[in-house]
Design a protein around this ligand. Structure first.
Ligand code: ADP
Length: 446
């Protein structure tokens, strides 16, 4: 199979980034756009563009039926879903396969297997992948869950089984708060995901978030492209990511890589995926979840491996074998990614909307992945991420120095952003020491 025409079922920076690789490979690109995006950069980045509906995502970017119809009419032989939107929608993946169009992602069965955090943990238990102590079974009566929390020991974390984006997650410090927090997690889960099922985990204090990039082809080969440390988070969401992880040893990397590959193999995975682990102070690691798509932070992996993950995705989904073996992969230097958001750090990082009156990036020593340009508007309809700044250096110190300089040379005006916050964060001596954990931002906020 060869992919000649690719429909990109997404918008913003990821649609532009996918289009860039596709065009380099000589693939014709089809954009789709909502009414709010008619003049947007991703439309301009593709050879052709088709309207798919009104601004709210549910009326456009989430309309699998409409997008599939465009794919057929435009003669696309593959659809790349990017991240978010339809990327982890098993029904859509299946509908593509049934229509004879390549879904650039894993088989629907693999998406389903990881779609529920609880079911995924049951599967991982069988595959002998280490799990955070907790309860991820089917019983959901409050009294039963409370007994589980007591057994696990406080603090505990209640998570929406169908969750994502930190929604439906509640930390419970003491037994007296359990019932109220459970009710609140349930309400949030049901509002966001239409499913109020929860699981309970031991809440680890000052852990790291370390994830492994895996890749598999349809011929039984599966490998990992090392790790990313995404510990620097606000509201349980990543803001600065790096690769490799500070303090990682060769032995630990092998153990985590093997566990991640075992996780992928357990669900007959094909394509790019990420196995997320939480690492405690002792360095022990536990499976959190697997994301069955390309991640926002994939560029740091590209920077240290010199590979193009979208190119690999297209190659593998068209039936190709993995271009390299595990032994041929090497880590070169160190990379950081910082996410520039339209949000107000002074007011709890609330998302901002408005016109980007100024938007200028440095052109040297940094990769900028963005889906907007000066004069564009950040609307209420979509994710408020403006751009990702990705830097690479021979070692962590050099890469961090480049990150600071790139952030300082970025000019953005017209609405509140986290640019100053990112620059201050990157300049922190504590950050430079590499001693980061998921509570880093909270602890270092003046
Ligand atoms: P989501 O899918 O909503 O993003 P995750 O399960 O990926 O949720 O968790 C998001 C973040 O929450 C993690 O990166 C980590 O910072 C924190 N977290 C998750 N589980 C735990 C835990 N058991 N203990 C402490 N922090 C956790």
């Amino acid at each position: 199979m060869t992919i000649r025409t690719l429909l990109i079922a997404n918008r913003g920076e990821i649609a532009c980034r996918i289009a860039r690789t596709a065009r380099r490979l000589g693939i014709r690109t089809i954009a789709v756009y909502s009414e709010a995006d008619a003049g947007s950069l991703h439309v301009e980045s593709c050879d052709e563009a088709w309207p798919i509906g009104a601004a709210p995502a549910r009326d456009s970017y989430l309309r699998g039926d409409v997008i599939l119809d465009v794919a057929k009419r435009a003669g696309a032989d593959a659809i790349h879903p990017g991240y978010g939107f339809l990327s982890e929608n098993a029904d859509f993946a299946r509908a593509c396969a049934e229509a004879g169009i390549i879904f650039v992602g894993p088989p629907a069965s693999a998406i389903e297997a990881m779609g529920s955090k609880s079911a995924a943990k049951q599967l991982m238990e069988k595959a002998k992948v280490p799990l955070v102590p907790g309860y991820h079974g089917d019983r959901q009566e409050p009294a039963f869950l409370e007994r589980q929390a007591n057994r696990i020991g406080y603090p505990v974390l209640i998570k929406a089984s169908a969750g994502g984006g930190g929604k439906g997650m509640k930390v419970v410090e003491q037994p007296a708060d359990f019932a109220a927090q459970l009710a609140s997690a349930r309400r949030e889960a049901s509002a966001s995901f239409g499913d109020d099922k929860v699981l309970i985990e031991k809440y680890l204090v000052r852990p790291r978030h370390v994830e492994i990039q895996v890749f598999a082809d349809g011929h039984g080969n599966c490998l990992h492209l090392f790790e990313r440390d995404c510990s620097v988070q606000r509201r349980h969401q990543k803001v600065i990511e790096e690769a490799p992880a500070p303090g990682m040893t060769g032995e630990r990397r092998r153990e985590m890589g093997d566990a991640a590959v075992a996780a992928a193999r357990a669900i007959s995975y094909v394509g790019a995926g990420t196995v997320e682990f939480i690492v405690d102070a002792a360095g022990d690691f536990f499976f959190m979840e697997m994301n069955t798509r390309l991640q926002v932070e994939h560029p740091v992996t590209e920077a240290i491996t010199g590979l193009d993950l979208v190119e690999w995705q297209l190659h593998v989904s068209a039936g190709g074998t993995l271009p390299l073996t595990q032994d041929q992969l090497r880590i070169n230097g160190h990379a950081f990614e910082a996410r520039l958001y339209a949000e107000d750090p002074a007011r709890g990082f609330v998302p901002q909307t408005g016109r980007l009156a100024a938007l200028r990036f440095p052109t040297e020593g940094v990769r900028i992945d963005t889906g907007v340009r000066e004069g564009d508007t950040v609307s209420v309809h979509y994710d408020p991420m403006i751009a990702k700044l990705i830097v690479h250096g021979a070692d962590r110190t050099q890469a961090l120095d480049r990150l600071v300089r790139a952030l300082e040379a970025t000019r953005v005006a017209g609405l509140a952003t986290n640019i100053g916050f990112l620059a201050a964060l990157a300049r922190q001596p504590a950050f430079a020491s590499g001693n980061v954990h998921t509570g880093f931002i909270t602890e270092h906020e003046a």
